[in-house]
Design a protein around this ligand. Structure first.
Ligand code: ATP
Length: 247
């Protein structure tokens, strides 16, 4: 990790009619960092993340992602990032290998590279024997690992993960985080939202959003110290109970 800023956000606001979903937030993310973007349901995380991915325009404020302006250069951003949503986008009727080929092709990875990287990926995930199995027959934890791997297959500068580990066991989440660490070690910046506070502890820095605003942003260690809390769970609870929004 270094101090080169790969995401900068300044006074970003998003309104839907009279409702302010994201309220004047500013922050940055360093290259190679694992950045946790936390908040209770409805705090505004997905709305902010969609703007950073170039999928939605802010009402005011701005920022840059991978060196490109989030308003004027949204298309360039889309080519340099990976994105995994809560309802990740694998094709259930295609096999594991077909999904890898398809995503590689969509992101413009040359055929030879798709073959090479695809094999490497299948072996690393221990999926080689399952390569011809349809995705819909795989357990959820396997699908999540595959979805993450396809989201970074084109070697993006940043990958955005929106609650990537929902619904799986702690053991499967731990394995998933091993993939995240490996990607970060390979130089990919990780921007991740999660509801699991044990995962917040794995991040280099975390921000905590309450009712559209960033109420705290620091390393887990500094946050625990500042709020005299023994866990991120306790820090989150102290901040989130200030929320007025109900989802
Ligand atoms: P969750 O963890 O539940 O995904 P979140 O922090 O990602 O929550 P958002 O999905 O960003 O929250 O939603 C923030 C608020 O903005 C919510 O109150 C939501 O109802 C509202 N909102 C989101 N999208 C729209 C929209 N297109 N039109 C109107 N309101 C919206």
């Amino acid at each position: 990790m270094n101090n080169e800023k790969v995401i900068t956000v300044t006074d970003l606001t998003k309104r839907f009619g009279k409702f302010t979903a994201v309220d004047n937030i500013s922050f940055h993310v360093n290259r190679g960092e694992i950045f946790g973007f936390l908040g209770a349901n409805g705090a505004g995380k997905t709305t902010a993340m969609r703007i950073l991915c170039g999928l939605s325009r802010p009402t005011s404020g701005g920022g840059s992602v991978a060196g490109f302006d989030i308003i004027k250069e949204a298309e360039k951003i889309k080519r340099r990032i990976g994105y995994m949503s809560q309802k990740f986008s694998l094709y259930e009727d295609l096999t594991v290998l077909e999904n890898i080929r398809l995503f590689g092709g969509i992101y413009g990875v040359p055929d030879k590279e798709i073959k090479r990287r695809g094999e490497e990926l299948l072996r690393r995930l221990d999926f080689y024997d399952e390569r011809n199995r349809r995705v819909k027959s795989l357990p959820l934890g396997w699908k999540q690992k595959l979805a993450f791997s396809t989201a970074i297959f084109h070697r993006p500068e940043i990958v955005f993960l929106d609650e990537p580990t929902g619904g799986v066991s702690p053991e499967t989440r731990r394995q998933f985080w091993e993939l995240i660490y490996r990607a970060a070690a390979d130089g990919i910046t990780i921007f991740v939202t999660t509801h699991y506070m044990d995962e917040a502890e794995y991040c280099n820095r975390v921000s905590i959003m309450v009712d559209g605003r960033i109420e705290a942003l620091d390393t887990p260690e500094n946050l625990r110290e500042r709020f005299s809390a023994d866990s991120m769970d306790a820090v989150f609870y102290l901040l989130a109970r200030r929320a007025k929004r109900q989802e």
